[in-house]
Design a protein around this ligand. Structure first.
Ligand code: AMP
Ligand code: GLY
Length: 431
C-alpha cells in the first residue's frame, strides 16, 4: 500500500509512526510533515517516509500531488481540510480517503448543526440555544444567570469558545463573537450552552457509515499550567485509559451517546466515515456531550496509537471499505501518557528556531516514543518550529509507571524556554 498522510503535528507523527509498522505499507508521503516524521522508516522495506512541502490547507496542490502519485489511501489529520471538503474533492477523482466528507464533517465545523442534531436525536448534552442577534442571545444567557459557554458556530482555530460565569462576561462574549466578529464569519451564529460541571474526558469512535467501534478512554489536559490553571491550549498532555471509567460506564456511554448518534446519522442520511471524537463532561446526571470533533484528537492520538496492537493500515482500510464489523481491534492493556513540551509563551506568541537537545537519549529509553509536532531540521539540528513542539509518550504497566517513564524522557530533553505540565495523568489517578 502507498499512503498519503496530511498534516504536520504530533497527531500526524503518531499516525505515520504506526502506519510505518504495517507489513503492507511500502510508501508513505506526508504533507507537509515535520522533522520527526521525515526520520521514520517503513518496517516493510526500510525506506524513509517522504515529507512533501504542501500545506494541509492547500487542497488544489494536494489533489494534484495525489493525482500524480495515486496513493491507495489518504489519511487526513486536521479539521480545516475536512471542513473544506477535501474528502469530496479526492473522491471525485476516485482517490480513497480516510475522513468524513464535507457534510459529515459539520459535526465539528458547525456547532449549530451539532447542537440541533443532538437535540433531534436525544443525545445528552448541555441545555442550549442558537442565536444570530445580540438581544435574544443576551436574554438566553441571562436565563442561565450568565453561567454559560458562548461558542462561535464555525471553526476558529480552537479559540471560538468563551466560558462565562456572570452576565457581564456573557454579554462581552456575545458582543465579541456576534457583533464585533472576532472570529470572522465563523461567528455569524452562536450557540450558548449552560455551563456543565464535572470531569472532562475524550472519546474516539471509528465509524464506517454503518458500524461504530469505540476506542478505550482518554483524557486531555487543555489548560497551559499545572492544576488546570492558565489559558486553554490545543492540549498539553493525555493519558489512556482513564482508570475511574469502568467497562460498565463505557457500555452506558455506548448506549446513550454512540448508538443514538449512529441511528441519527442513518435517519438524516449522513454517511460518516472516519473518527468521531466527542468531548464529554461526566456530570452528576451522567455523561453529556460538550462538542464533536470529526478527526483524531491531538494529543489523544499519541496515547491511543501507543496502545493500539492491531495494524493501523488494516483498521483504516477496513473503515474506508465499510468492513469495520469484520475486523478485530486489539489494544494493549498497559497505560500510556503523553506530555506535550511547548515553546515558552504558548498559547500566546513564542520564539522559533531553538535547538532541541537530548532527543536521541530520550528516544533510546524503553517503551518511549518522542512524537514531533512543531519541529524542523536546520543544518544538522532539530529546532523548534511551533507552539506545541514535542509529545513525549510512554507506555507503562499502569498510569503511575507510564507517567514516570514519560517524565524520565521529558527530563532528558532540553530547549530554551521549554514549557510543559508536571501533572499529566494526576487527575485520573486522584479520582
Ligand atoms: P469545545 O471546543 O466546545 O470543546 O470547548 C472547549 C472547552 O471549553 C472544552 O474542552 C471545555 O473545557 C469547555 N466547555 C465547552 N462547553 C462547555 C460547557 N457547556 N460547560 C462547561 N465547559 C465547557
Ligand atoms: N485534544 C484536543 C483536540 O484535538 O481538539
Amino acid at each position: 500500500m502507498k499512503l498519503l498522510v496530511i498534516g504536520s503535528g504530533g497527531r500526524e507523527h503518531a499516525l505515520v509512526w504506526k502506519l510505518a509498522q504495517s507489513a503492507r505499507v511500502r510508501q508513505i508521503w506526508c504533507a507537509p510533515g515535520n522533522a520527526g516524521i521525515a526520520a521514520e522508516h517503513l518496517a516493510a522495506n526500510d525506506t524513509l517516509v517522504e515529507c512533501v512541502p504542501i500545506g494541509a490547507e492547500d487542497l488544489e496542490l494536494l489533489l494534484a500531488f495525489a493525482r500524480k502519485h495515486r496513493p491507495d489511501l489518504t489519511v487526513v489529520g486536521p479539521d480545516n481540510p475536512l471542513a473544506a471538503g477535501i474528502v469530496d474533492l479526492f473522491e471525485q477523482d476516485g482517490l480513497r480517503m480516510f475522513g468524513p466528507n464535507r457534510s459529515a464533517a459539520r459535526f465539528e465545523s458547525s456547532k449549530v448543526f451539532a447542537q440541533e442534531f443532538m437535540e433531534r436525536h436525544g443525545i445528552p448534552t448541555a441545555r442550549a440555544g442558537t442565536f444570530s442577534e445580540f438581544g435574544a442571545a443576551s436574554r438566553f444567557a441571562s436565563g442561565l444567570g450568565g453561567r454559560c459557554a458562548v461558542k462561535a458556530d464555525g471553526l476558529a482555530l480552537g479559540k471560538g469558545v468563551l466560558i462565562c460565569r456572570n452576565m457581564e462576561q456573557a454579554d462581552q462574549a456575545i458582543e465579541q463573537i456576534l457583533v464585533r466578529k472576532a472570529f470572522g464569519p465563523a461567528g455569524a451564529r452562536i450557540v450558548i450552552q449552560e455551563l456543565l460541571e464535572g470531569t472532562e474526558v475524550s472519546l474516539h469512535a471509528l465509524c464506517d457509515g454503518k458500524t461504530a467501534r469505540l476506542f478505550p478512554t482518554s483524557q486531555d489536559h487543555k489548560r497551559a499550567l499545572d492544576g488546570d490553571q492558565g489559558p486553554n491550549t490545543g492540549g498539553m498532555g493525555t493519558c489512556s485509559p482513564v482508570p475511574f471509567l469502568s467497562e460498565a460506564d463505557l457500555a452506558s456511554v455506548r448506549r446513550t451517546i454512540l448508538e443514538p448518534w449512529l441511528r441519527g446519522c442513518a435517519a438524516d442520511g449522513i454517511d460518516y466515515r472516519g473518527i468521531l471524537y466527542p468531548g464529554l463532561m461526566l456530570t452528576q446526571d451522567g455523561p453529556k456531550v460538550l462538542e464533536y470533533n470529526a478527526r483524531f484528537g491531538d494529543p489523544e492520538t499519541q496515547v491511543y496509537l501507543m496502545r493500539l496492537e492491531s495494524d493501523l493500515a488494516d483498521v483504516l482500510d477496513a473503515c474506508v471499505s465499510g468492513g469495520l464489523d469484520r475486523i478485530e481491534i486489539r489494544w494493549r492493556p498497559e497505560s500510556a501518557v503523553c506530555v506535550v513540551m511547548a515553546s515558552g509563551g504558548y498559547p500566546g506568541s513564542y520564539a522559533k528556531h531553538k535547538p532541541i537537545h537530548g532527543l536521541d537519549a530520550a528516544g533510546r529509553l524503553p517503551n518511549t516514543k518522542v512524537f514531533h509536532a512543531g519541529t524542523a531540521r536546520e543544518a544538522d539540528q532539530v529546532v523548534t518550529n511551533g507552539g506545541r513542539v514535542l509529545g513525549v509518550t510512554a507506555l507503562g504497566a499502569d498510569l503511575e509507571k507510564a507517567r514516570a517513564a514519560a517524565y524520565a524522557a521529558v527530563d532528558a530533553i532540553r530547549f530554551e524556554g521549554a514549557q510543559f505540565r508536571r501533572d499529566i495523568g494526576m487527575k485520573a489517578l486522584a479520582r
